[in-house]
Design a protein around this ligand. Structure first.
Ligand code: CA
Length: 485
């Protein structure tokens, strides 16, 4: 990662299904680069169940908007040439591009097959609730529209471990597929007994043919799109040994150093730590705990104890692998894991991820540009741009925390050799307040001003390098030395 890098999650759930996404985003890249972003996380770029699919209902990993399948050549986002043009523009601007990788499941099979299953309890997947019996399930994939381009592999029931629909009886349920070596993967989340099964046709990552095909695909996509990294979806449902081997394989086969990060959506610290041991820190992870802490802090406002905002978080416990974020396409209003950080708190939240020492911050498209429609969100681009600019200019070197009160905290960034200058950040979730902090006696007598336009006062640093930094009610202020124009 670039020093003080910032990533943009360049999509949200409710983008229009018009195939214009790649073109629209391409026109924004120059501005994003200027504003300080150095990397973009793209949505799943593969053919899914239809063009109205956000991309997680994945049908064909080898169809990047190139073949007439599932009703169109394009995906929700556009065509392969448009995607390639976007990536070219990103690389022109010396930005990195990460694609969303969905390896847990496949959807929208071409035909059904008959195979033996046992039904399991939805809430305890280790509990079998039927005798072995035959069902008719959607597990046959031969991609007639792609005609064996790039890969001749056909998927059948033996390559999957579970499915949730019996076509014969027109019945839903979680059906574990039986057969030689068939079982749920053990190195997955233990929620619901065993959380291997999430949705659609669950890929069996223990099957050697599946492993070979996915390894091959991994090499293929890195080469085809010249990507710089991958964001892994649904890691808690994918065998940890497989992921480790997959990452190792790509690291060996790729000429460039790829950046891997993933979604392991959970709050439980112990389970998280077990998982981190398992994958041996080969992939960075989203800081889900920090997201939930921020959601709670926004809800409780002045009653929340801000001194605990980093408790249990990845950025505190495993700072080198934390991707910090405020919200994403799953937590936004209307979505499955809805847990949206309230708008009034966004400036504080982005300050918490952009202006501190640890974590690779990821800005959410919906927070930045906004979300239209029924579940609308107002974008806060201007505020986020300001905070990124402050990050790029001042957020370097050592950090001194002032965990003053439950509704008042602040910190100092002391700068480093290449980035002299000192930054003072203050947050109040209660009333207007002041926080006495020391910026250092080298600043004695200097005038500090507020950088986000929140406060027009000039503050003089005293002889010992202290000042009382001001903050309005329910906001964040950033102070640095007043510079000659
Ligand atoms: Ca799985």
């Amino acid at each position: 990662m670039l020093e003080n890098g910032v990533m943009l999650q360049a999509f949200e759930w409710y983008l229009p299904n018009n195939g214009e996404y790649y073109k629209n985003l391409k026109s924004k890249i120059e501005d994003l680069k200027k504003k300080g972003f150095n990397a973009i996380w793209l949505p799943p770029v593969y053919k899914a169940t239809g063009t109205d699919d956000v991309g997680y209902g994945i049908y064909d990993l080898f169809d990047l908007g190139e073949f007439d399948q599932k009703g169109a050549v394009r995906t929700k986002y556009g065509t392969l040439p448009e995607l390639q043009a976007l990536i070219e523009e990103l690389h022109q601007q010396e930005m990195e591009v990460f694609v969303d990788v969905v390896l847990n499941h496949k959807a929208g099979a071409d035909f059904t097959e008959e195979f033996e299953v046992v039904q399991v309890d939805e809430e305890d997947r280790l509990q079998e609730i039927s005798e072995p019996h035959l069902i008719e399930g959607w597990t046959g994939f031969n991609f007639p529209g792609r005609e064996d381009n790039y890969s001749t592999f056909s998927w059948s029931s033996s390559h999957f471990s579970g499915i949730d629909y019996d076509q014969k009886e027109e019945r839903t349920g979680i059906f574990k597929i039986l057969g030689e070596n068939k079982r749920w993967s053990e190195k997955v989340s233990h929620e619901k007994g065993n959380y291997d099964y999430l949705m659609f046709a669950d890929i069996d990552h223990n099957h050697p043919e599946v492993q070979a095909e996915l390894f091959y695909w991994g090499e293929w996509i890195v080469d085809k799109l010249n990507i710089d990294g991958m964001r892994f979806d649904a890691l808690k449902h994918i065998d940890g040994d497989f992921m480790e081997a997959f990452l190792k394989h790509l690291e060996e086969k790729s000429d460039k150093e790829l950046y891997f990060f993933g979604e392991y959506w959970m709050y439980d610290a112990e389970e998280k730590n077990q998982y981190l041991d398992k994958i041996k820190y080969n992939t960075d992870l989203f800081d889900v705990a920090l997201h939930y802490n921020m959601e709670q802090a926004a809800k409780d406002s002045a009653n929340y104890d801000l001194r605990k905002i980093f408790d249990q978080t990845l950025v505190q416990e495993h700072p080198t692998i934390a991707v910090t974020f405020v919200d994403n396409h799953d937590s936004q209003p209307g979505q499955a894991l809805e847990s949206f950080v309230a708008p009034w708190f966004k400036k504080i939240a982005y300050g918490l991820i952009l202006l501190r020492k640890d974590g690779y911050p990821c800005v959410f498209y919906g927070d930045y540009y906004g979300v239209e429609g029924e579940h609308s969100v107002t974008g806060q681009k201007e505020i986020i741009d300001q905070l990124i600019a402050i990050r790029k200019r001042y957020a370097y070197g050592e950090q001194t925390d002032y965990m003053e009160d439950k509704d008042l905290i602040g910190w100092i960034r002391h700068g480093d050799e290449d980035h002299p200058g000192t930054l003072a950040v203050v947050i109040s979730t209660g009333d207007a307040n002041t926080l006495r902090m020391q910026v250092g006696d080298v600043h004695a007598g200097k005038i500090f001003v507020e950088l986000t336009g929140d406060n027009a006062h000039e503050i003089k640093i005293d002889e010992e390098g202290y000042a009382n930094f001001e903050v309005g009610p329910g906001t964040l202020t950033c102070w640095a030395e007043k510079l000659a124009d």
